[in-house]
Design a protein around this ligand. Structure first.
Ligand code: AOF
Ligand code: ZN
Length: 330
């Protein structure tokens, strides 16, 4: 299962479908074949692994998959049936498929006489697919709000300068997370003030392979010479007044995760609407002072109304801290 989880990571993290990996083992536990899912419309992981075997070679084998084999005909046929027809004797999977449309594969396999073992390394699979699973459950993209701040919680100096509060390790981490997101969101305030490119780049400045869609929230015009207009996937603008509606439109375009980097207005609008699944803070040991904070008014008049979050992780990245928190319900 560890190997299958490694293979899963080869698939695109930004895609509409989950990252899934599979290995096929012979009766001595040797790996006969490996597979992974490359995104919507392509073979599912277990079918990809089966396709690398000769006819009849899968008979009596064990298939190890990071997600319960699907039971539906979507872009491809049901994996449960493919495994049964190939004569696989045993299926081991990590976590159940939370997608109602696809679920039910384990039962179908059992009914066909295949031995089924579940919950192997389930925690690791659940963490890998946390964003996708949450998105499927909520029926909208997984929303991460990211900001970089000084020790005193400021995101810019009085003149608006904000580059760079944090160091290169933190920036590299941001770019990895951009590349894994379906879309990056920034408000028009940020577009006008910082002229961000909203692309995922390597340390050499080159564009990463997977590029998130660029999304701008707000009513003000994006200037004709704005960098976001040169975005390799183009940019989309919403007026910002209906965050839930905008997320629904992004969902319809196949976007399953959005990475919000765009200023206190957008961050507060999403947080107030209860639409944020993850808060990602890069905290630098710098003092700035002054009025520039990461969130506009959250409608919290008294401490009892404050949003309490669960601390998920605290890591040191170079000279900065990365702090991840999530709402308790998530
Ligand atoms: C599997 N193995 O490798 C993956 C699965 O539209 P489709 O046909 O590609 O189906 C997508 C759904 O299938 C997806 O939402 C999830 O529930 C499941 N993904 N299932 O057995 C795989 N990627
Ligand atoms: Zn499948």
């Amino acid at each position: 299962m560890s190997r299958a989880l490694e293979l899963a990571l080869r698939g695109p993290a930004w895609a509409e479908n989950p990252q899934v990996g599979a290995v096929i083992l012979d009766s001595d536990g040797r790996i006969l074949s490996e597979g992974w899912h490359r995104g919507v419309g392509t073979a599912h992981a277990e079918v990809d692994a089966l396709s690398r075997l000769a006819r009849g070679e899968a008979r009596g084998t064990t298939a190890v998959v990071t997600l319960e084999p699907c039971n539906h005909t979507g872009h491809t046929g049901p994996c449960s049936v493919a495994l049964i027809e190939a004569g696989v004797a045993r299926v081991v999977y990590a976590m159940a498929d939370p997608n109602d449309v696809a679920a039910g594969g384990a039962e179908r396999l059992r009914n066909a006489g295949v031995e089924v073992i579940s919950d192997v390394l389930a925690d690791r699979a659940a963490e890998l697919l946390h964003g996708w699973t949450t998105a499927v459950r909520l029926g909208r993209p997984y929303v991460t709000v990211k900001w970089g701040s000084s020790l005193d919680g400021r995101i810019a100096a009085a003149d608006g300068s904000s580059q760079w509060i944090t160091g290169p390790e933190a920036r590299a981490d941001v770019h990895l997370r951009r590349a894994a997101a379906g879309a990056i969101v920034a408000g028009t305030g940020t577009v006008l003030a910082d002229d961000p490119r909203l692309t995922a780049r390597g340390s050499d400045g080159d564009l990463a392979d997977g590029q998130p869609l660029a999304v701008v929230f707000g009513r003000r015009d994006v200037p004709a010479d704005a960098a976001v207009r040169e975005h390799p996937r183009g940019f989309v603008q919403f007026d910002g007044r209906d965050p839930a509606g905008h997320l629904a439109e992004l969902w319809d375009r196949g976007i399953r995760s959005v990475f919000v980097e765009g200023g206190p207005t957008v961050a507060a609008a999403l947080a107030r609407a209860g639409l944020v699944d993850e808060y990602l803070l890069y905290l630098a040991p710098v003092l700035i002072g002054g009025p520039r904070l990461a969130f506009d008014d959250l409608g919290v008049a008294t401490l009892g109304e404050a949003q309490r979050l669960d601390l998920v992780s605290v890591d040191r990245l170079g000279g900065d801290l990365r702090i991840i928190a999530r709402p308790t319900a998530h």
